[in-house]
Write a protein that binds this ligand. Structure first.
Ligand code: HEM
Ligand SMILES: *[C@@H]1O[C@H](CO)[C@@H](O)[C@H](O)[C@H]1NC(C)=O
Ligand SMILES: *[C@@H]1O[C@H](CO)[C@@H](O)[C@H](O)[C@H]1NC(C)=O
Ligand SMILES: *[C@@H]1O[C@H](CO)[C@@H](O)[C@H](O)[C@H]1NC(C)=O
Length: 321
C-alpha cells in the first residue's frame, strides 16, 4: 500500500509539473469552441475567395505563418507596421519586397471581429489561414492548435537573423530550424512548402548562372526571365515548383532529384548529403510527405506562443491596441 501511495504521489507531482512547470500554457484545438464557434468558417471563406482571385495567395499566407513563428515565436509580430517606438519585421531583408498577403489578413480580421470582437488573435489567424491555404490547394489538412496571443512589439533584427536566406547550405538550414525547436526532418518536410508560390530573380540568380548541380535546360529556361546582371530584373518572378506551382503536392521533391530545385537552399536537400534519403522517400510516398508536413506545421505552430495574460488580442493586426 505504502509503495502504491508513493507511486501515486510521484505520478501526481509529475503531472502537475508537466502542466504548470513549462514556460507557457498549452495551445488547444478547441480554444474558440465557446467564444467563437464560427471562426473557422469565417476565415476559410475569406481565404477561399482570396485564392480564387489569385492562387499564389495561398503560398503567401503559408509563408507569413512561417516568418511569424521564426521570430520570437508565433505571435503575430510580422503583421505589425513600423512605429516610432520599434522597427517592425516587414522591412527585414527576408521580408522586404517579398512577404505579402497583409490585405487578406486585414480582411480576415475584419470578418472575425464582426463575428466575435476582441477574441481571436492575429497569430491564430495566421495559423488557421496557413492550414486552410494548404488544404484548398489540395494538400493535407490538420487540426490547428489555438490560443496564441499577439505581441506588443516586433524585432527586425531577429527577423534578419532567424529566417534562413536562400544562400544557406544544409548545415545552415539544419541549425536555423534547430534554433526554433525543429528537427532536420521537420526542416526537409516544411521545405516542401516550395511546391507552391514564387520567388524573385534576385533569390535564385547565382544558382541558375553559377551552379553545376542544376539541370541545364531548366537553368536556361529560368535565365530567360532573370538577367545575369545584378539590378536588372531583380523582381522578376519564377515558380518555385516548375511543374505544378498552384498545387500542394510532392513535385517539389521530384524536382530536386531531377536537379530542378530553384533556390540554392532547395537543392542542398538533395546533393549527396544527409537529407537525400528523406527527399527520395517523399518522391515515391506523397502520403508520408503529407503526414510529416502536417506534424511539422503543428510543431512549428507550437513555437513559443504568448498565452494567458501575455500580449494582447489585437483589434487590428497591423498595430498594437
Ligand atoms: C528551409 C529554409 C527556407 C528558405 C531558405 C526559404 C526561402 C524562400 C525564398 C528566398 C523565397 C522567395 C521569396 C522571394 O523571392 O520574394 C521563398 C518563398 C516561399 N517560401 Fe520559403 N524558405 C524556406 C522555408 C520555408 C518554409 C518552412 C515555408 C513554410 C512552412 C516556406 C514557404 C514559402 C512559400 C509558400 C513561398 C512562396 C511565397 C509566395 O509566393 O508569396 N518556406 N522561400
Ligand atoms: C518584446 O516583448 C517581449 C515580452 O514583453 C520581450 O521579452 C522582448 O524582449 C521584446 N522585444 C523587443 C525587441 O523589444
Ligand atoms: C556552410 O556555410 C557556413 C557559413 O554560413 C560555412 O561556415 C560552412 O563551412 C558551410 N558548410 C558546408 C558543409 O559547406
Ligand atoms: C558567378 O560567380 C562569379 C565568380 O565567383 C561571380 O563573380 C559572379 O558574380 C557570379 N554570377 C552570378 C550571376 O551570381
Amino acid at each position: 500500500m505504502a509503495s502504491s501511495t508513493t507511486f501515486m504521489a510521484i505520478v501526481t507531482i509529475t503531472v502537475l509539473a508537466l502542466c504548470f512547470g513549462s514556460s507557457y500554457a498549452q495551445l488547444s484545438t478547441t480554444y474558440y469552441s465557446k467564444s467563437c464557434p464560427n471562426v473557422f468558417k469565417a476565415i476559410r471563406s475569406v481565404v477561399q475567395s482570396a485564392i480564387s482571385n489569385e492562387p499564389r495567395m495561398g503560398a503567401s499566407l503559408l509563408r507569413l505563418h512561417f516568418h511569424d513563428c521564426f521570430v520570437n515565436g508565433c505571435d503575430g509580430s510580422i503583421l505589425l507596421d513600423d512605429t516610432s517606438s520599434f522597427t517592425g519585421e516587414k522591412n527585414a531583408v527576408p521580408n522586404r519586397n517579398s512577404v505579402r498577403g497583409f490585405n487578406v489578413v486585414d480582411d480576415i480580421k475584419s470578418a472575425v471581429e464582426k463575428l466575435c470582437p476582441k477574441v481571436v488573435s492575429c497569430a491564430d489567424i495566421l495559423a488557421i489561414a496557413a492550414r486552410d491555404s494548404v488544404a484548398i490547394l489540395e494538400g493535407p489538412t490538420w487540426n490547428v492548435k489555438l490560443g496564441r496571443r499577439d505581441a506588443r512589439n516586433a524585432s527586425q533584427g531577429a527577423a534578419d537573423s532567424n529566417i534562413p536566406p536562400p544562400t544557406s547550405n544544409l548545415t545552415n538550414l539544419i541549425s536555423s530550424f534547430r534554433a526554433q525547436g525543429l528537427s532536420a526532418k521537420d526542416m526537409v518536410a516544411l521545405s516542401g512548402s516550395h511546391t507552391i508560390g514564387k520567388a524573385r530573380c534576385t533569390t535564385f540568380r547565382p544558382r541558375i548562372y553559377n551552379e553545376t548541380n542544376i539541370d541545364k535546360s531548366f537553368a536556361k529556361t529560368r535565365q530567360e526571365n532573370c538577367p545575369k546582371k545584378t539590378g536588372s530584373g531583380d523582381n522578376n518572378l519564377a515558380p518555385l515548383d516548375v511543374q505544378t506551382p498552384t498545387s500542394f503536392d510532392n513535385n517539389y521533391y521530384k524536382n530536386l532529384i531531377n536537379l530542378k530545385g530553384l533556390l540554392h537552399s532547395d537543392q542542398v536537400l538533395f546533393n549527396g548529403g544527409s537529407a537525400d534519403a528523406q527527399v527520395k522517400k517523399y518522391t515515391y510516398s506523397p502520403d508520408t510527405f503529407f503526414v510529416d508536413f502536417a506534424a511539422a506545421m503543428i510543431k512549428m505552430g507550437d513555437n513559443k506562443p504568448l498565452t494567458g495574460s501575455e500580449g494582447e488580442i489585437r483589434k487590428k493586426c497591423r498595430m498594437v491596441n
